[in-house]
Write a protein that binds this ligand. Structure first.
Ligand SMILES: C[S@@+](CC[C@H](N)C(=O)[O-])C[C@H]1O[C@@H](n2cnc3c(N)ncnc32)[C@H](O)[C@@H]1O
Length: 281
């Protein structure tokens, strides 16, 4: 096992522990999804367009709540994630909610480089790309599994958010550090975000959260991502920035507003906190 295998293995274990805790915060997910509840935000829905009947690959799908909401809109969804607990939870949620989707436990590059089927949409959102150690490999893999005319759709936190601290100073991680690896256990960010990340109903954990496993994330600028997509031969149709973050309190002092959106505190000038990207093969 080389160091990259070890980092990926630690990341898998860290996500297993975190996913169990994140799901413990969320009440009665199956019934909520089955009765029409959806964790999706208007931004990704607008970027995706009509998904009915589309073969959609949801990369880094975690426990499948978004994947199943897309399936309920009529997409033929395959969700892929590294975490055993995430995929197990997604498969159970699919059975219990009665919403059909396929879930595969796999490392993203392994999946993209070996899958024989082709998709009309390759989608990722909210804290996905930062887990990938090589953006060219991701973009080339996504281009490989897309059928001609198919689209990559990304709705992501802007990488600038990892530089900003609670007092809104640029004291955290450097923005320009391509591929720099950050190692820390996956946190209980659902607990930090509350109902904004648990629209089905939120509860506190019974015991304090502790994750013994480090996870390894990577810093990519927005330009790194756009360039990787262009280098893979995809045609960039759209790049949008948003001055708020959906759902997750990626900076501790964000203030929740309407629609589970988190905004900078009053008096802070607007900066991009999310972006959307659509690129076509
Ligand atoms: C923040 S979550 C993504 C959440 C997602 N937006 C959703 O719909 O819930 C990040 C996910 O990436 C997965 N992950 C991390 N590294 C991965 C890799 N190399 N290949 C596949 N999945 C990976 C983790 O297991 C975790 O479930």
């Amino acid at each position: 096992m080389d160091e990259h295998d070890r980092w990926r293995e630690e990341t898998r274990q860290s996500w297993n522990v975190a996913t169990l805790a994140h799901n413990r915060h969320k009440l009665d997910q199956a019934r909520w999804l089955a009765s029409g509840g959806s964790p999706l935000f208007p931004e990704e829905l607008e970027l995706l367009g009509d998904v009915a009947g589309r073969r959609l690959l949801h990369l880094l799908c975690n426990a499948g709540q978004d994947s199943l909401a897309l399936a309920r809109l009529g997409a033929k969804v395959t969700g892929v994630d590294l975490s055993d607990e995430a995929i197990l939870a997604a498969q159970n949620l699919s059975t219990e909610s009665g919403i059909g989707a396929e879930f595969v436990r796999s490392e993203a590059f392994q999946y993209l480089e070996h899958e024989e089927r082709r998709f009309e949409v390759v989608f990722s959102s909210y804290g996905a790309l930062t887990w990938l150690p090589d953006l060219d490999r991701w973009a080339q893999g996504a281009a490989r599994v897309l059928e001609p005319g198919g689209r990559v759709v990304i709705c992501e936190f802007h990488p600038l958010v990892w530089s900003i601290d609670a007092e809104w100073r640029l004291s955290k991680d450097p923005y320009f550090a391509p591929g720099h690896r950050f190692s820390a256990p996956v946190e209980d960010y659902v607990g930090r975000s509350g109902p904004a990340l648990a629209p089905m109903g939120y509860r506190e954990l019974d015991a304090p959260f502790h994750n013994p496993h480090p996870a390894h994330a990577y810093q990519w600028t927005l330009a790194d991502t756009v360039t990787a997509v262009a280098r893979a031969g995809l045609f960039i149709e759209r790049l949008t920035e948003y001055p708020y973050a959906n759902g997750c309190r990626v900076i501790p002092s964000l203030v929740e507003g309407e629609g589970r959106r988190l905004h900078p505190p009053p008096g802070v000038p607007s900066v991009p906190l999310m972006y959307g990207l659509v690129a076509r093969r």
